[in-house]
Design a protein around this ligand. Sequence first.
Ligand code: CA
Length: 669
Amino acid sequence: MLVKSTKNYKKIMLLALVTVLAVTGCGKNTGSEPAAKPEPVALQTNSLPSETLHVEKVENMKDEFILGMDVSSVLSLEKSGVKYYDFDNKEEDLFKILSDAGVNYIRVRVWNDPFDASGNGYGGGNNDIDAAVEIGKRATKYGMKLLVDFHYSDFWADPGKQMVPKAWKGMNIETKTEALYEYTKDCLKKLKDAKVDVGMVQLGNETNGAMCGEKIWMNIYYLMDAGSRATREIFPKAMIAVHFANPEKAGSYADYAKKLNYYNLDYDVFASSYYPYWHGTLDNLSNVLSNIAETYGKMVMVAETSYAFTGEDTDFQANTISGGSSVTKNYPYTVHGQATAFRDVVDTIANKTKNGIGVFYWEGAWITVGGNSWDENSVKWEKYGSGWASSYAKEYDPNDAGKYYGGSAVDNQAFFDAKGHVLESLKVFGLVRNGSTGEVKADAIEDTTLVIDINGEIELPKKVNAVMTDGSKKELDVEWLNVDYDKMKKNGAARYEIKGLAGGMEAKCYVSMIEFNFLENYSFEEGEKGWKATSKRAIDELYVEDKSTDSLTGTKHYHFWADKTKSVDFDLEQEVKDLPAGNYKFAISVMGGDADNVNAYAYVKKNGEVIATGATTITSYNEWHEGRIPKFEVKDGDVIAVGIHVSCDPKGNGAWGKIDDALLNSVAE
Ligand code: CA
């Protein structure tokens, strides 16, 4: 790439020099490095006691450890009428509430121009630099530093989209680089003029191989480098962070760090998003970040994390995580679960990750604007930008925001309830430093799931698992309430949600009454498993075949064939162990052809003796015939086997057939 600007030309020369030095082994280039690298400095260590939180102390916590929070949406929320209340139930500045509880850093996203031509905001807080200055001033007022999170876009930047700002559209990389440099400088000057305590600047947001409309690393580097130079000029003591997502994708972080090292980007902190639902284990997070810290001497941190304190939504805008979400759920969706989830991320970064400097919680105050319907809330989201996106974002982001605009998708992950009252869990920010030994008690009851045969005994569990506030599990006695056993017995196949009480908390048992098939591998999808074939004569083929067009259900069935010189005579059988006493029925299906003198039947054996048979036959291709035994009795201790017998003589090229779908079900008395 031909680069005309003087600054970039110098950089190219520098790269060439680095290459030469590397090849000749003369040593490491440090020419472009500032004299002293920014270091973390001591931060506030406020803490509030808790009588209910059980927080295990995080060892090796330094006073410079960052316990931050992103509250970018706050100004729009306040304009929408949202108020926040402290632990004394007093209306208070959000920033004071956070600071008192131990938050020592605020993160704010910055979009270049999140407004349409008429000045309507795109939403998500309408976070331009002016909003960042306001937020920064309030953070500074309460002793918290600011992380300025440049998205270098007019709206959300994440692994799914990295759209170029409107004003920079169509620019070549040189011009865009210069524009980004000037823009970053202007923004940081505004923060400096407002005396905001900027501690860190982030170059792009979740830039997984793309940024600001650019998708090749050299161009991404040019842009990041411009942001880095601007930051060093305006805030020489501020740390410079890069930010990526998806630590669970093997090798991706090592690859990003390698690219940045190759281009010799001047940065201090390699930051990751870590949402426990999607982003792999904490051990993996620690490993991938430690690897970068060791290899490149960088500081590392979590720039975004969060956890749900409830599965419920409060603003009529569906949440990214709800009670029914099928995601990794290592903590209950409770106030305490939220605190423990955060504590464990802090523990991982502070205590188990090399050069770990901090953790930021994402949008911990983004609650409902309080209306009684989506439409009622939407008026405020549209007017003040307090939802994740407004309809005005359509012009810039037609495919996502333009279609799905609305409110907060994370109101159930805030540290405030729907009325703005602070949750006890916020105190975890301070309590991680010294621990808190609140009384260990049940925090959540695990749901129980039962599958019962429609004619079986309905026995609900006497104990349920409780997740305790110290993270341990304990069995508690449970009392199930209002269970209508007669109705459940009579209604046949159905699903029930039964509620009960355990340790003073609600317990739930989900009961599925189904027509249970007591056979394993009833449709031969697991091959021969459970089945045994015994042939009285030589037969050419007798095995499980994988061919969906010849199967009754699934793709597999039991196949037999003997050539025209041979007769067929075999049993295919499954023994059923520990069949509960009661009445049963059995059925099995067969189809086939080219057979004469067919003698085929389903059978039931009790203690080795055939006690019942049900005739079936073989006619021609795809004509399935079922052999049935409508009822037989089983007593305790009986050894039961069920199967099919087939014997026949050949016709044409020899008798063949397919057996499938063996059903052993209970029968009502
Ligand atoms: Ca919501």
